[in-house]
Write a protein that binds this ligand. Structure first.
Ligand code: ASP
Ligand code: MG
Length: 440
């Protein structure tokens, strides 16, 4: 059994929905996880935003645009279908539109945005289910709100998810395939909630782990994970195979194709994740698994909007406890650190969230002299970088020999070298690394 997750663009139009239905058509009892149609989540958040701003008219106007869009989708998707299925889809969409309307009319609460945004996945899955039924596919729905749960800190509760999902699947009965919503869940109060933006990948991984799937497939519209960012560098190539740890580094450091949270449940359950392309279904894509090390550099990625902070202190010399005092300050302001580099008289760290920077800097000044560099970029080189392999770090540094490099971090894991450069040098750095590492 496979879990197959399709992102917003893969179900972004009636034609794309038809393509997905044709693609997944099987009798293997696979599970299809869907995102909202592309653009919908943003539109729903816009509605909530209008309400937040005290503008229900703006909210209602956005809703009516959404309603028009979905009625157009239904007309096209069910143009040749039997009335029964067009009716099924129309009813489900109206239910969601009315639910949003009632949120607009009600006084706003902490639940408003979550209730509204959950409708995107509820609508896309209802369209897909009815369309599949109209095509004679014996598909059944597994409503995510019946099994996907998070605890009070927002973490999915794997054991409860597994227990409820197995029970639900049994009660739902045999089917050729099952459809479920990505992203949405219930919180510890039983209220509608979600797994944060891009969370459908996480759903797929959690579902795969819960049911012990043979494979988790993430379908998008590019041919797997590339060895560099195709938006900035020419001649990038898909990476065929990645270790889970390599994929985690890449996903976190900028490869947009896979949500970083998605890796862990699959890795723990040892279920391979395959990244595939809806536009070219027979292409090989990228396989992520607990593969053996292969002594190669696989890919380069960049993470933007980084701020570097240097804390220099004579007191650090031969002292213990200095680093912990530095880190405590970041912890107090709930700001996570990406890179750390130390010397005997100073430490540099990077953060990607400047929200609490003024308070952090004020406290750091009690420990030493502070220098801040904004508009920096982390360039992350990923591969089998176990330290007994020779020459990789030299090749990376050599590739960037003509650029100013602010920090280098190596040896933190077996899979990554991170370098901090100026935003202005990002594209140059990515191109040089591709040239040196992948074409020579
Ligand atoms: N629809 C949600 C979002 O746009 C979840 C997802 O697509 O993964 O963030
Ligand atoms: Mg996504």
């Amino acid at each position: 059994m496979k879990v197959m997750k399709f992102g917003g663009t893969s179900v972004g139009s009636p034609q794309r929905i038809k393509d997905v239905a044709a693609l997944v058509n099987s009798k293997e009892g696979n599970i299809v996880v869907l995102s909202a149609m592309s653009g919908t989540t943003n539109q729903l958040l816009e509605i909530a935003d209008y309400l937040q701003m005290g503008n229900p008219v703006g909210a209602a106007e956005t809703l009516s645009r959404l309603e028009d869009k979905y009625s157009g989708v239904i007309s096209e998707l069910f143009a040749d279908a039997e009335e029964e299925y067009r009716c099924g889809a129309t009813k489900a969409i109206s239910l969601s539109i009315e639910a949003i309307r009632s949120e607009i009319e009600k006084p706003m609460s902490g639940q408003t945005e979550k209730n509204i945004v959950s409708r995107g996945e509820l609508m896309s899955t209802a369209l897909m289910l009815n369309y599949m039924l109209s095509q004679g596919i014996n598909a059944k729905m597994l409503p995510a709100l019946d099994y996907m749960v998070i605890d009070a800190s927002g973490e999915p509760i794997a054991s409860t998810i597994a227990e409820r999902l197995k029970k639900l699947k049994k009660e739902t009965g045999e089917a050729d395939l099952y459809i479920t919503q990505g992203f949405i869940c219930r919180n510890s109060e039983g209220e509608v909630d979600n797994l944060k933006r891009g969370g459908s990948d996480y759903t797929a991984s959690l579902v795969g782990a819960a049911l012990g799937a043979d494979e988790i497939q993430i379908w998008t519209d590019i041919d797997g994970m590339h060895n560099n960012d195709p938006r900035y560098v020419d001649n990038t190539a898909p990476v065929r195979k990645l270790h889970f740890e390599e994929a985690a580094e890449l996903a976190y450091f900028g490869a947009k194709i896979l949500h970083p949270t998605c890796i862990l449940p699959a890795k723990l359950a040892n279920i391979p994740v395959r990244l595939l392309n809806t536009m070219e279904p027979s292409a090989e894509g990228t396989l992520i698994c607990n593969a053996r090390p292969d002594h190669r550099i696989k890919a380069v990625a960049a993470k933007d909007n980084i701020t570097a902070i240097k804390i220099k202190s004579g007191r650090m010399l031969l002292a213990y406890g200095f680093l912990s005092r530095v880190f405590e300050i970041f912890e107090r302001y709930r700001t996570s650190i990406d890179m750390v580099v130390t010397s005997e008289v100073g430490v540099s760290v990077t953060i990607d969230n400047e929200q609490r920077l003024p308070e952090i800097l004020a406290e750091l000044k009690t420990l030493g002299t502070i220098t801040v560099d904004k508009d920096m970029v982390i360039i992350c080189v990923v591969g089998d970088l176990e330290w007994s392999n020779r020459g990789f770090e030299a090749a990376v540094v050599n590739a960037l020999k003509d650029l100013p490099v602010r920090m280098i971090s190596y040896g933190g894991s077996n899979y990554n070298i991170s370098l901090l450069v100026r935003k202005a040098d990002k594209v140059k750095a990515l191109s040089l690394l591709s040239e040196y590492l992948f074409t020579k």
